[in-house]
Design a protein around this ligand. Structure first.
Ligand SMILES: *[C@@H]1O[C@H](CO)[C@@H](O)[C@H](O)[C@H]1NC(C)=O
Ligand SMILES: *[C@@H]1O[C@H](CO)[C@@H](O)[C@H](O)[C@H]1NC(C)=O
Ligand SMILES: *[C@@H]1O[C@H](CO)[C@@H](O)[C@H](O)[C@H]1NC(C)=O
Ligand SMILES: *[C@@H]1O[C@H](CO)[C@@H](O)[C@H](O)[C@H]1NC(C)=O
Ligand SMILES: *[C@@H]1O[C@H](CO)[C@@H](O)[C@H](O)[C@H]1NC(C)=O
Length: 634
């Protein structure tokens, strides 16, 4: 009997193997185990997110595969059978859904990914040991609740800076690899764990939406109702007879508490996976009751405190002044949007708090990562009192530009910062820039009240068209970026009052006048350590002058700025003529007229570089082009 059964199962296994090899032909079979996805929620057949869901599922499988075999990707010759296996795995609930044609994936992409990395060691070789260690430390615990999840994903976002090589396709590109790695090796529970899958792959378990689950829920709620009504009836009679009002009141209080508990659980379910809603008590404790010693920043909107959360992590709390409970819903929504945007060069928002307290009034607080090395403003004009070397300035400039370009073109939805200034550019220990406060300017009660209530921003950094007409576009951020870049290069504040004339002069006008006189390199701070090559420094100055051009059509986009800063060929950047500054004197007007009409206004570079092509509207509205450059290198 026993023998017989064994033999039949051997025959069965052989049959399966035979069928599989027959079906696969010369293909090798897919090593991914699709049954792992069984317990997870399934996508709706017509959902716009179906492709995204399938991607997340695939990445979870990659992670499981990595954990078991040490290899990120299935071998290239199994690509066709992996797609076939995926098709049959979803056939039950997504019939007639052709994954590749619907989602725009190409067959080889399932076995190709980031920078040709396949083995664990190849991946680890890309990432500095300390960054890896931090991630393992922060991700090696249950990621089911928000705080550890946010802290883990935050540490993983640091990997992106080292995975800048080319990706093939979008099935498992470089953006996906850190999560795949962390779920496989950093987290002790592995990718199939409920919390890990939810945090790193945004996949929920199916129980709540399956038919059985629903029936069970209905049964439970029915019986709860029955029991509750029986209880209430019993209590009613009991109290009526005994007239013990005190006890009744305490029962009611209990019930209310359960109600609020249920409500808050509902609240936290609707939150995004990374955003935490902190309680006011928690924040009070973390900041030592908003102790003055913990203040790390002051502004019109309120103060910024540093503090330590219960899990030991250091964070910054930004506490808004004079809030009313009115806009809380909008505020919470905005914060949720902002928190969903993550990038190495953007300050991560961890959570927020809204509360009404008897003594302190209504409270709105946002919670961000603490960045330890102060702001760019501190380094240029504040207490640090040391000159930044050129390589650091270059790194800061690139970081700011990348962060803003992501805000404009990478983030969903895209965000206009509105309040870029040196004190909103934070620096970490290695002088990587992190752009802070994006999207929050509209909540600052005292934006720029002396100009217009429509305008949020800071004197000296606001683009003219935004300040004058309230016209807000991405190009307003480009203007402010140009001003900060000029500050970074020259260590001169956005607005300086000239000693001789008593006139305020913006750094943008000052830099432009030097560039026009052919003294481009005089914009760069004197005596800066480790000077760069004149061509590179000149390029940076010209980019900054172009970004802070008063006409928005002349400014490049942040994407173009990143490309220009990164590129190694020194192209002369042509800067469209500027309109006359508002405070210009008569002789300056004469000079500018003669320089744009006379042939001498057109300067050429000694090496005769090609003009930079913006491929867009950069020149469309320019009346005259002055090819600006700095022939007189100091
Ligand atoms: C590999 O398998 C897929 C699906 O199973 C099939 O469409 C394809 O023709 C096979 N390729 C070869 C070379 O056998
Ligand atoms: C993947 O890339 C292709 C081509 O670049 C695109 O058509 C498709 O929409 C992308 N799919 C997803 C889910 O991003
Ligand atoms: C990846 O591999 C392909 C083919 O083997 C090769 O052409 C390409 O240069 C490699 N890319 C990287 C970044 O190593
Ligand atoms: C990182 O760790 C690996 C393996 O533990 C070691 O070989 C390598 O030298 C370390 N690198 C640094 C910069 O510490
Ligand atoms: C994660 O923590 C567990 C238990 O504390 C430990 O056994 C394991 O080695 C840790 N994993 C890593 C990758 O450090």
């Amino acid at each position: 009997m026993f023998l017989h059964r064994t033999r039949s199962s051997v025959v069965f296994v052989l049959f399966i193997l035979g069928a599989a090899s027959l079906a696969a032909g010369q293909n090798s079979s897919c090593p991914l185990d699709f049954s792992v996805l069984q317990p997870f929620r399934r996508p709706r057949p017509d959902g716009a997110t179906t492709c995204q869901y399938l991607l997340q599922g695939l990445r979870l499988l990659y992670s499981q595969h990595l954990r078991q075999t040490g290899s990120f990707l299935p071998p290239p010759d199994s690509a066709a059978s992996c797609w076939a296996a995926l098709q049959s795995a979803i056939a039950g609930f997504l019939p007639r859904f052709d994954v590749r044609s619907t989602c725009g994936f190409e067959t080889p992409w399932i076995s190709e990914g980031c920078m040709n990395i396949t083995a664990r060691s190849q991946f680890e070789a890309q990432i500095p040991n300390s960054t890896l260690r931090t991630a393992v430390m922060r991700c090696n615990l249950s990621l089911e609740s928000n705080t550890p999840c946010a802290s883990c994903t935050q540490s993983l976002s640091a990997f992106q800076a080292y995975l800048t090589g080319p990706s093939v396709g979008n099935v498992s590109d470089c953006a996906a690899f850190p999560s795949i790695y962390a779920a496989a090796y950093a987290n002790m529970y592995g990718p199939t764990d409920k919390g890990t899958a939810k945090c790193l792959f945004q996949l929920d378990l199916a129980s709540s939406s399956s038919g059985n689950g629903k029936k069970f829920k209905i049964l439970v709620s029915l019986s709860v109702l029955l029991v509750a009504s029986a209880l209430i009836t019993a209590c009613f009679w009991y109290y009526r007879r005994k007239r013990r009002y005190l006890k009744r009141r305490s029962l009611e209080a209990d019930r209310r508490q359960t109600q609020t508990q249920t409500q808050s659980r509902l609240d936290s379910m609707s939150e995004s996976t990374t955003l935490v809603k902190f309680s006011f008590e928690e924040i009070k404790k973390a900041t030592d009751n908003f102790s003055r010693h913990n203040i790390i920043g002051r502004g019109g909107y309120g103060n910024v405190f540093k503090g330590v959360l219960a899990d030991g992590s250091e964070v910054a709390f930004k506490r808004f002044k004079n809030c009313s409970a009115g806009g809380d819903a909008t505020f919470a929504h905005e914060v949720e949007v902002i928190a969903s945007i993550r990038h190495v060069h953007l300050l991560a928002l961890r959570g927020y708090c809204t509360a009404t307290t008897p003594y302190e009034g209504h409270q709105r607080i946002i919670v961000c990562d603490l960045v330890s090395n102060g702001s760019l403003h501190d380094h240029l004009f504040g207490g640090f009192n040391s000159q930044l070397a050129w390589p650091l300035r270059q790194r800061i400039a690139l970081g700011m530009a990348r962060g803003l370009a992501y805000l404009h073109y990478g983030a969903q939805p895209s965000i206009i910062h509105r309040d870029i200034k040196a004190s909103n550019i934070l620096l970490d220990q290695t002088f990587e820039a992190k752009v802070a406060d994006f999207g929050l300017a509209k909540f600052n009660p005292e934006g720029m009240t002396h100009m217009s209530t429509r305008v949020a921003g800071t004197m000296g950094y606001v683009a003219p068209e935004y300040a004058l007409y309230g016209q807000l576009t991405e190009k307003s951020d480009v203007y402010s970026f140009g001003v900060v870049l000029l500050e970074l290069l020259s260590r001169r504040k956005a607005i300086v009052t000239e000693e001789e004339t008593g006139q305020p002069v913006s750094v943008a006008d000052w830099a432009w006048s030097l560039v026009r006189q052919g003294q481009t390199l005089d914009v760069v701070e004197d005596g800066m350590p480790e000077k760069g090559s004149p061509e590179v420094m000149e390029k940076y100055v010209l980019i900054a002058v172009l970004c802070s051009h008063p006409q928005l059509h002349a400014r490049p986009t942040m994407d173009q700025v990143v490309k220009m800063l990164e590129s190694n060929d020194f192209t002369v950047i042509s800067i469209p003529q500027r309109p006359i500054p508002l405070v210009a004197c008569r002789d300056e007007i004469d000079r500018s007229v003669s320089s744009s009409s006379g042939g001498s206004g057109k300067l050429t570079s000694p090496t005769g570089y090609q003009a930079f092509s913006f491929g867009g509207d950069a020149h469309a509205h320019a009346h005259a082009h002055a090819h600006a450059h700095g022939p007189h290198h100091r």
